[in-house]
Design a protein around this ligand. Sequence first.
Ligand code: ATP
Length: 302
Amino acid sequence: LVQLFRPLDLLGMVYRTIRQGVIDMGSMFDLVDTPAEVTDAPGAQPLAVARGQVRFEGVQFGYDPDRAILKGIDLDIPAGATVAVVGPSGAGKSTLARLLYRFYDLTGGRITIDGQDIARVTQSSLRAAIGIVPQDTVLFNDTIGYNIAYGREDATPEDVADAARGAAIAGFIQSLPQGFETRVGERGLKLSGGEKQRVAIARTLVKNPPILILDEATSALDSRTEADIQATLEAIEQGRTTIVIAHRLSTIVHADRIVVLEAGRVAEQGTHAELLRQGGLYAEMWARQAQEREADTDLAAE
Ligand code: ATP
């Protein structure tokens, strides 16, 4: 399965972030100067987020000019709503999220935030407005506090502590002999999948963005951890416009709207109940995953 931000993408993102001077990490990385994929339009102004309404209008995109991936997507995400994007592997779910972050420019249509075309605002202001909780969190070889503060350049220790509480990882950190000063990453304390995800959530909370992209992990955590993290995520979605790239439908039943992508087009959209009633692709996917869940439960019971 293709992840939303793969390591190379992430490296590119970190690199671009450095170039934009959003976070001064120049001392950490010494990367060769390659052209960025997208650049600020001449006279680009900072994005002014009022409510956080996101619209995709006739969005067309392909990584290669001769292979269209998104073939005209119209999507209106009301400010503060949670919209889940589901669909078969390769349908273009992650691509949709990457385009909102403006990793690439569109080949047709436009994406707006509160009416402003994202191709016409500065990239640094766009990216400051969007928080991403990725599938796999990259931890820096530094302290856990640093890893959380990385979400925002001027975060204070209080901001970091608040974010850790919001991500329900403060208790765990306090139980460590060195607390927030504990070194993590390759050469430090190895965190579990769930703990890493909570660091990513805390990092996002420090940033406090009006728009959130949640890229659901495909690798299953144990069901108790997953339910706990799910509850934390639902709490941080409050008051923010949220796009969830979902693989397990059971985690997005609560979404205000579910959008089903198929081969680069919106095949269906509605609430969970509406889509089940329609008896289309979503209902089929739901039935299949329900069977898998039952099989798992039977296995666990044996
Ligand atoms: P999954 O559920 O498997 O994560 P997805 O719906 O998120 O899938 P995308 O990652 O958006 O799908 O990919 C859509 C299509 O675009 C796929 O056919 C994929 O091979 C292609 N694709 C994705 N990233 C790139 C890239 N960086 N370069 C070229 N093609 C890509």
